[in-house]
Design a binder for this molecule. Structure first.
Ligand code: UD1
Ligand code: CA
Length: 491
């Protein structure tokens, strides 16, 4: 089946009461539009045409610049246009929001020459799944429909368009809520806003008349027009009400967010992840997790984060765009951003791993340790109160409490290199750029300004000396001082 797709995203979204375009509102780490596009990418249509309106530039940039973490990644295609692995993405502007019928009409010049099925989706139905769309397309094809749509049963049909069927069960029209009669309003089968239209029938769009009451051209009118011309139409009641929620208000956005959150958590539970408390965790749509991992309350896994198998993520942890290896332990109140934590490593409590860091296999980053753009070798330990910035640290290094890599001279950042099996005593400062040779020792409290050769001991603190009896002398001095004061006071 030759397939093209259109996403309608040019509405004014006034009911959202927001300056942000409706389809750019976020839902579990992706915009509504990205959710819809992700479902479409997986159908591999030749083209995906996004119709945007007043906020054309913002909408286009949100797709091109976000470099969606979800595969397939966007690439630059012919003529500088973005494309996914299989689909060319085209952005079309509908300058005035003259209705869904007019929005689709605007895409015709870009679909010229395309011969096949065009799937059309409203940009405000973020929960729509690839599975349902596939099922829909196969029904559309099997029944040889020319125009068909997905309908669903709604307990609160509210503002959805009602599906009007004749006695035989064939769909004859969609009537919008505001135009429906009292008896039509009672119909619970409603239009989802997802359609499949054979390219030959797109010319029918030109016959849609202005709906006077709303001042818009309704795409839904195409069903009645097609029926009147004897063109074969279909409406497939597949999927659940939750999947087709149309987001028009903030309340509906909140409902959609909750539904999506539940869906994501259920998916990970089914794949063997345990949650101590599902209500308090946040997991973005693009996150991947391995079997046997345990997630404690108040954990946020954001962006393109991958957590391996058998990991433990303790309470109040936030991990953003990072990869956590199998069997890793992330302890309480830790933040990990844009980094890699390898297998069986342990990070936290209260650690901050900043972008560009790599924590090696079995390494240990402990309490109040900050790591920035640094590579920490396997088996290396920095257990307490340490700052490691722009450092390349080898294997089995022991970094004592309070160690600081002084990487910034006020103008530039400098690199610290620490080779395998180095032992750094507590409270040491390494003034970068500096290299510590393999197996070297640094005595506690040292300030290192020069490279240290392998296996050497570096000590830079002042030698300790003892002044005999100093404390006793001091004591008597203090007492005589006190005596003077009281004498003075007495006077
Ligand atoms: C629409 C359907 C309704 C269906 C419901 C499903 C019409 C007339 N009605 O109603 O039958 O039950 O979706 O959720 O189609 N848009 C444009 N340009 C415009 C107007 C809208 O691109 O000029 C886009 C919007 O950005 C939105 C989508 O089309 O993504 C649907 O528009 P919206 O105004 O939300 O339609 P509904 O009233 O929800
Ligand atoms: Ca809508």
């Amino acid at each position: 089946m030759k397939l093209a797709a259109v996403v309608l995203a040019a509405g004014l979204g006034t009911r959202m009461n927001s300056s942000l375009p409706k389809v750019l509102h976020m839902l579990n780490g992706r915009t509504m539009l990205q959710h819809v596009l992700t479902a479409l990418y997986e159908l591999s249509p030749q083209k995906i045409v996004v119709v945007a309106g007043k906020h054309f530039k913002e909408i286009k940039e949100s797709i091109i610049q976000t470099n969606p973490p979800n595969p397939p990644l966007l690439k630059v295609g012919k003529g500088g246009l973005p494309r996914t692995q299989n689909s060319e993405l085209i952005f079309v502007q509908q300058k005035e929001a003259k209705g869904t019928g007019d929005a689709l009409l605007k895409t015709l010049p870009y679909l010229r020459g395309f011969d096949g099925t065009v799937i059309v989706i409203n940009g405000d139905t973020p929960l729509i799944s690839r599975e349902t769309l596939k099922k829909f397309l196969s029904l559309h094809k099997k029944r040889r429909d020319v125009i068909s749509l997905i309908s669903f049963m709604s307990h609160e049909p509210g503002t959805y368009g009602r599906v009007i069927r004749e006695k035989s069960g064939d769909v004859v029209a969609i009537v919008e809520d505001r135009d429906a009669t009292v008896s039509q309003r009672k119909i619970m089968e409603v239009n989802s806003g997802a359609y499949a239209i054979e390219s030959d029938a797109l010319c029918l769009l030109k016959e849609i008349k202005l709906n006077e009451s709303k001042g818009e051209y309704y795409l839904t009118d195409i069903i009645r027009i097609a029926r009147d011309k004897g063109v074969k139409t279909g409406a497939y009641c597949i999927g659940s009400e939750n999947e087709f929620i149309g987001v028009n208000t903030r309340e509906e956005l909140e409902k959609a967010r909750q539904l999506m959150k539940d869906r994501i958590i259920r998916r990970w539970i089914d794949r063997g992840v345990s949650f101590v408390d599902t209500t308090s965790v946040f997991i973005s749509s693009d996150v991947k997790m391995g079997k046997g991992t345990i997630v404690y309350p108040n954990v946020h896994l954001e962006g393109n984060t991958k957590v391996g198998r058998g990991c433990t993520i303790y309470p109040n942890v936030r991990i953003q765009n990072s990869t956590i290896g199998d069997g890793a332990i992330i302890k309480d109140s830790t933040l990990i951003e844009g980094s890699v934590v390898k297998n069986r490593a342990s990070v936290g409590p209260f650690a901050h791993i900043r972008p560009g860091s790599e924590i090696g296999t079995g390494a240990r980053i402990g309490n109040f340790v900050e790591v920035k753009k640094s590579v920490i070798g396997s088996g290396t330990k920095a257990s307490h109160l340490t700052y490691l910035g722009d450092a390349k640290i080898g294997k089995d290094v022991n970094i004592g409490a309070g160690t600081i890599t002084c990487n910034y001279d006020g103008y530039k950042k400098h690199i610290t290199v620490i080779k395998d099996k180095v032992f750094i005593g507590s409270d040491s400062q390494l003034i970068a750029p500096v290299k510590i040779g393999k197996g070297a020792y640094i005595g506690a409290g040292s300030t290192i300004i020069k490279d240290i050769p392998s296996n050497a001991l570096a000590l830079s603190r002042v030698e300790q000396r003892h002044i005999k009896g100093w404390a006793l002398k001091r004591k008597s001095k203090v007492q005589s001082l006190k005596f003077k004061v009281t004498k003075k006071e007495r006077r």
